[in-house]
Design a protein around this ligand. Structure first.
Ligand code: ADP
Length: 340
């Protein structure tokens, strides 16, 4: 697990601007963080970048508690880079802007050139190396800001509204860059957006924030659940009185017999034909009752003990060749579950 947040809160004065009982963010994926202005998106991004500290609660990064000491935090900050919505460029060339972070990290001059050229090529800005960074358009500035982040070889890229203030052509380019660096360089990405279409085309998983709290994205896959047992690490709840789901006790944080609302992210549920199905925990059998295309993804309605919706990328759908009427097995991993 890349990040795990437990009982995380951020308060300013007496105002709680983030309140997240439990959240996991998986490695190697693209997450969209959506929500209205003031929902807490930037605050969460800064906390994930280790640039702000939560007021209470705990964060794990790569399955280890995030250290409190600045020196150790700096080691983590080298792996996680945040690109601001309105990146500030230095009044010099594009090349020197991209070089800056490498100098700070004392990368030898001989190695710098190749890395800078590679980063600029990755964002399609190699011909701008000698241009003045101050004269770039909004879209070009965003691409150079991405190169400035990528040259540092991050494991995680956090982008605050990467396409909010740029033209359509550059929006498409930036989306393509993010998709490629995730697929080819295995960089985990969390980006904030207002634009629902971007979450659909780019994100593997969408997190919705409202007034500092995670909310179910839609009413889809939101279930009332009853806590059946609570153990030290694993607890069990019954969804809609029909399906038994084992979850980390930290996620549930409620007493036996109490009721919670659980959201299953349709993009994070795994599906396979019954014959090729999983044998892991939290698997459910069902039958596909409906298949429809939505915004470049495929939505499958599955009648299991309850109706569950699953969304697949077009390529995954084609690979699996699933059909209406087919017997399937679903697997709900803990990163698919949010307690609303
Ligand atoms: P978003 O990115 O979703 O627009 P933010 O994370 O920027 O939301 O802000 C969430 C809330 O926290 C807002 O109400 C904002 O006013 C408040 N906030 C953010 N930073 C500070 C700060 N430094 N001091 C006080 N309040 C803040």
């Amino acid at each position: 697990m890349l990040y795990q947040l437990n009982h995380l809160q951020k308060t300013y004065g007496n105002r709680t601007v983030l309140d997240i009982p439990f959240l996991t963010i998986g490695s190697g994926k693209i997450y969209a963080l959506q929500g209205p202005n003031g929902a807490g998106k930037s605050t969460l991004l800064h906390i994930l970048a280790f640039l702000q500290r939560p007021s209470s609660g705990a964060i794990q990064y790569n399955n280890r508690p995030v250290p409190a000491a600045e020196a150790q935090l700096n080691r983590l900050r080298r792996q996680v880079v945040l690109v601001d919505q309105n990146p500030i460029m230095f009044s010099t060339t594009v090349y020197k802007n991209v070089e800056f972070g490498l100098k700070i990290r004392a990368v030898p001059r001989q190695q710098r050139r190749a890395r800078i050229e590679q980063a600029l090529a990755l964002v399609g800005m190699e011909q701008f190396a000698t241009a003045s960074a101050f004269k770039l358009s909004g879209g070009e500035t965003q691409r150079v800001a991405l190169a400035r982040a990528l040259v540092l070889d991050p494991k995680v890229l956090l982008c605050d509204e990467p396409t909010a203030s740029i033209d359509t052509e550059n929006q498409t380019a930036v989306i393509e860059i993010l998709r490629r660096i995730n697929a080819e360089n295995n960089i985990s990405i969390v980006f904030t957006t207002h634009d629902r279409r971007q979450t659909d085309v780019l994100a593997h998983q969408t997190l919705s924030l409202n007034q500092g709290r995670l909310t179910g994205n839609t009413n889809e896959n939101v279930f009332l659940a009853r806590i059946e047992t609570t153990g030290e690490t694993v607890s069990r709840c019954i969804l809609a009185d029909r399906i038994s789901l084992s979850l980390p006790t930290a996620l549930i944080a409620a007493q036996v017999g109490s009721r919670i609302q659980v959201h299953l992210d349709p993009c994070a549920i795994l599906i396979a034909a019954r014959t090729a199905g999983f044998t892991a925990n939290n698997t459910f059998d069902g039958r596909i009752t409906r298949i429809s295309a939505e915004n470049g993804r495929v939505r499958l309605q599955v009648a299991a003990a309850v109706d569950i919706c699953v969304r697949l990328s077009m390529s995954e759908y084609r690979r699996q060749k699933l059909m209406v009427g087919e017997e399937v097995r679903l697997h709900v991993g803990e990163d698919a579950v949010t307690v609303v």
